[in-house]
Design a protein around this ligand. Structure first.
Ligand code: SF4
Length: 346
């Protein structure tokens, strides 16, 4: 794991500015942020928890320490009087970049030329741009997180025959597996190929169509790592995130979102040995917060995008209220709100 060498003066300046600004300022930090950032925040959580915190807060200024799609979701759910800043505009997400709106619209047009629109429900993962969320909202679809993907799929199937899920193939695959959908009813859509690389008949027969996107952080975990860790730690439980491959998920003792993993460790009995397959900053912090348990990483998998947010950039955002303000055009916001509200009503 990278060593954080933030000068103490910067941390002190942030604390001073926070005290001066009081309730006017809210700093939100994602679980995958480095500890110095999490320690400076008002709340830590997963992307959806944090957006809700932003929307329910009285603060007029929100600084979101996470990646861009998260700050954008907070912007979508916040009131107009509030501003949302991200300390580094370059903090994107590889997975969300794997499905841009041009690619998704082209795929949708190709798909509905084979299967009627009223048979396919678009479902997008929270880890997507506002434009993709708006596309889903306008096409009758929904947003989901890793904790409610099963509910969102069930909601989709109650209305239409098929789910078109993007951008994370693995979350979609693991959700479909959990729902008992047969492997021959699941197809992968490769955006680089016509019809996603599928024959029209395969698309007609499929119940779940999965965009070929993935998180580099979570697909680094392997069965070989699990076997080796089990050998070295007899009796340990392995908990992984559902963005891992289905082979890894199937071998794990438990699977769930970042909030699920935090809860799992918190509730484990003292003396437990837990091996975790998710971003290393969260695993390290859980280990530090629970010295009475042994918490180990399955492998040190690190998200460089999350690490782009540093205390120095956080200080710049706090000192310059107009710096890196996140904006979402009104029509995009309206469509995205539809998809997000459907999720909230689940
Ligand atoms: S951990 Fe994966 S999904 Fe999350 S921000 Fe990093 S690249 Fe994106």
């Amino acid at each position: 794991m990278k060593k954080d060498n933030t000068p103490p003066e910067i941390l002190a300046q942030i604390r001073d500015r926070k005290n001066e600004l009081g309730e006017e300022l809210l700093i939100l930090t994602h679980h995958y942020q480095r500890s110095s950032i999490v320690d400076l925040g008002d709340f830590k959580g997963d992307s959806f928890d944090l957006s809700r915190k932003a929307a329910n807060s009285k603060a007029s200024r929100i600084v979101f320490c996470g990646v861009h799609f998260m700050a954008e979701s907070a912007r979508i759910l916040c009131a107009e009087r509030q501003t949302v800043q991200i300390p580094d505009e370059e903090a994107g997400c590889w997975m969300s970049d794997m499905a841009d709106h041009v690619m998704v619209q082209r795929a949708w047009n190709e798909l509905v030329a084979v299967v009627p629109t009223d048979k396919v429900m678009p479902v997008t993962y929270m880890n997507s741009d506002a434009v993709i969320k708006a596309f889903c909202g306008q096409a009758g679809g929904i947003v989901c997180t890793s904790s409610n993907a099963g509910k969102a799929f069930a909601w989709g199937f109650a209305q239409r025959e098929k789910i078109f899920f993007f951008p994370d193939q693995h979350l979609g695959q693991n959700t479909a597996n959990q729902m008992g959908i047969a492997p021959d009813e699941i197809v992968i859509w490769d955006p680089a190929k016509p019809l996603g690389g599928n024959a029209p008949q395969a698309l007609e027969q499929a119940r779940v169509i999965l965009w070929k996107g993935y998180c580099l952080v979570h697909t680094r975990f392997t069965i070989a790592q699990m076997e080796s860790m089990r050998k070295k730690n007899p009796g340990a439980q392995i908990v992984v995130h559902p963005e891992c491959t289905q082979e890894v998920v199937n071998l794990a003792d438990a699977v769930g979102s970042t909030s699920f993993i935090v809860d799992y460790v918190t509730k484990a009995a003292p003396g437990s040995r837990i091996i975790i397959g998710t971003e290393i900053n969260l695993v390290q912090r859980l280990a530090d917060d629970h010295p009475e348990k042994t918490v180990l990483p399955l492998y040190e998998s690190f998200c460089p995008n999350m690490y782009k947010i540093s205390p120095g950039k956080l200080l710049q955002a706090i000192e310059q209220p107009d710096r890196n303000k996140v904006a979402v055009p009104t029509d995009i916001q309206a469509g995205a709100v539809l998809a997000l509200e459907r999720m909230l009503a689940l």
